[in-house]
Design a protein around this ligand. Sequence first.
Ligand code: ZN
Length: 280
Amino acid sequence: MEKLIITVALTGNVHEKKTNPDLPVTPEEIAADVKRCTDAGASVFHVHARDSQHKPTLDESIYKEIVKKIKAVSPDVIIQLSTGARAGKGYKDRAAPVRLLPEMASFTTGSSNLPGIIYENSPEFIEFLAGVFKETGVKPEIEVFETGMINNALHLEKKGFIEFPIHFDFVLGAPGAMPGTVKNLLFLSESIPPDSTWTVAGIGKAEIPLSTAAIVLGGHVRIGLEDNLYMPDGSPASNVKLVEKIVTIAGEIGRDIAGPDEARSILTIPHENKNRICLS
Ligand code: ZN
């Protein structure tokens, strides 16, 4: 079986330090957490930015600061910037992280109701963002909250915006979207073209069980405090504790862990894109 890629969703846009003091929010904290998680076996980092008040932001200068600090401590990891909508709704603002030329960026190809918001990705916005991915050559991670989002991604391929093989992330267990069950994971993983790669992001209590299912099925895993604040025993999680848990489970099952360069090859990210990101 292919080696296992561990992605860490470090911060997200929702949780606050008062719920979990280990949530990294400043560029310094994020970089220090990346280093810990890299040493533990993670190779891809899904990054959100927060401003000085710890509120979600798409501010380019803060993203650059975070990336610089990550590169200083973990130069080899794959950085995946978020294009999520909680930090800003303007088309240009949401595309700004892609224009910084990270190796990867997230791309949700549809709308859903999430706690407190309509996570809105209109057909027009999806085509706009797809155009930016095409223009920049950044590898999208297609975030799938509902089955139709797979079809939308395949439609973008047909129209020439994105290329096969496509990498999908199945986000399961978010209140308002598809429940975090193994049945749903099987259904989604069998609904994508055979040369695709996939990751699962189980939300809350679904995180470790769905990650375990993905390890067995040959998929990859995304864990982290963005998605889940607790360990399976109910104690507070930290990003590194979650990575260590996945490494332990993969070890028990006999699945090896991919390093960053192996992850690049599996995800078909050109190795020369490693240091393309704009930092000045
Ligand atoms: Zn995110």
